[in-house]
Design a binder for this molecule. Structure first.
Ligand SMILES: Nc1ncnc2c1ncn2[C@@H]1O[C@H](COP(=O)(O)OP(=O)(O)O)[C@@H](O)[C@H]1O
Ligand SMILES: [Mg+2]
Length: 374
């Protein structure tokens, strides 16, 4: 079993509908119940800021600061993390011009938000992800990239460097500046970054597939089969230098076409994650709503197990309204599975009774109008 990472204190100031809130946590799972609009998801969103990025809603910082607050928002957490006890403070101060989120770890300003991954990993599943299989490919790419990022923090930099190089290429093509050596330099950079991105995604799918395979018998959820499609399909066993050369050559050969299209038509930015319901041999997008949800839950929990196995520390899980559409038996099985991952999970719902099967394994809080009571 991986080590447990657990929050012991969470404090919010001017965060969404909270003027201020402070929760003392004892390391068990955390159940948050209350009416719609009470602030349950907001609390989880605050925890999601203990990982790099813009949180589980990908919100603009201006939307997060409480309406009517004078400055910005802040989040403070104490936890037993991957490197022992740690205090993390993060937030935005609107009184200065900084657009980036501030981060302090044990009182010292952190160089980048990536430093958070030294102390904990935070994974989430929210109702907003319910349409993942039926929606556009960009959401699935982002989902996949988050899976990769949780184990390989470099992935984010590769992706943003690739984007930047691609924008330069598109701009040169748009201005009809076909200076071959200049373009070639950019395309070679795109090739090395793009292939590295694709390989990292492929590796993640391989690891997940193996783990899903192993836990198939015991999982109460349908198992997913996972494939990358749309870029270098089926070629990832070839040496990466060959793939880079091939992609660079493709880019060079398609300058006129891409110039006409106004964008780069081939690359890792066009890839898609294709998921099948394994037992049914059915593409996830064609499964019922309930089956899709079950597939997604199974996938996210498999990923959580993978992160626990590979980092030797169980991730913090944020499971928003996860129990809503499950019958009692399935719910109890789900709680056992979550508990078996060895980490601290945050769960929300409207009704405390839904979480009865967790019993002593969870701490229960009621949320009402931006206030929290145990
Ligand atoms: N920046 C903000 N300032 C004040 N209230 C906000 C802000 N952002 C969201 N809210 C309020 O937070 C509430 C939603 O909270 P949420 O956590 O999503 O509810 P739920 O308990 O249903 O999960 C809404 O009433 C919304 O208006
Ligand atoms: Mg909610």
């Amino acid at each position: 079993m991986p080590h447990k990472v657990a929050l012991s204190r969470l404090k919010l100031t001017d965060f969404r509908n909270y003027v201020s809130a402070s929760l003392a946590l004892d390391g068990r799972h955390v159940v948050l119940t209350g009416d719609n609009g009470a602030g349950k998801t907001n609390l989880m969103e605050a925890v999601s800021f203990l990982s790099p990025g813009r949180g589980m809603r990908r919100a603009a910082y201006g939307d997060i600061t409480r309406v009517g607050a004078a400055g910005g928002f802040s989040i403070f957490a104490e936890l037993d993390g991957m490197e022992g006890d740690v205090e993390i403070g993060t937030g935005i101060d609107t009184s200065d011009e900084a657009t980036a989120r501030r981060l302090r770890i044990n009182g010292t300003t952190a160089r980048t938000v990536d430093e958070l991954t030294d102390h904990l990993r935070v994974l989430w599943l929210t109702p907003a992800m319910d349409g993942l299989f039926t929606g556009g490919s960009s959401d699935r790419r982002r989902f996949l990239d988050r899976l990769v990022l949780s184990l390989d923090p470099e992935h984010g930099r590769r992706a943003s460097d690739f984007e930047r190089a691609m924008r330069s290429r598109n701009k040169l093509l748009d201005e009809s500046r076909f200076d071959p050596s200049w373009l070639s330099g950019i395309e070679e950079q795109m090739a090395s970054l793009g292939i590295a991105m694709a390989l990292a995604r492929q590796e993640m799918l391989g690891l997940l597939t193996r783990l899903i395979e192993e836990s198939r018998e015991t999982s109460p959820f349908p198992s997913a089969s996972l494939q990358l499609s749309g870029f270098m399909d089926g070629q990832f066993s070839r040496p990466s230098v060959d793939l880079e050369d091939e992609y660079a050559a493709t880019l060079a050969a398609n300058r006129y076409r891409d110039s006409g299209a106004g964008r780069t038509l081939e690359g890792p930015h066009r890839a898609d994650l294709i998921v099948h319901h394994r037992e049914k041999q059915m593409e996830a997008a064609r499964c019922s709503t309930g089956e899709q949800k079950a597939l997604l839950v199974g996938l996210v929990l498999a990923h959580a197990r993978l992160v626990g196995n590979l980092t030797d520390h169980a991730p913090i899980l944020l499971l928003d309204e996860i129990a809503a559409h499950l019958d009692e038996g399935r719910r109890a099985a789900l709680f056992d599975l979550i508990d078996g991952l060895g980490g601290q999970a945050f769960m929300t719902g409207t009704d405390q009774q839904m979480f009865a099967a967790l019993g002593e394994r969870a701490q229960f809080f009621t949320v009402a109008d931006g206030r929290v009571f145990e």
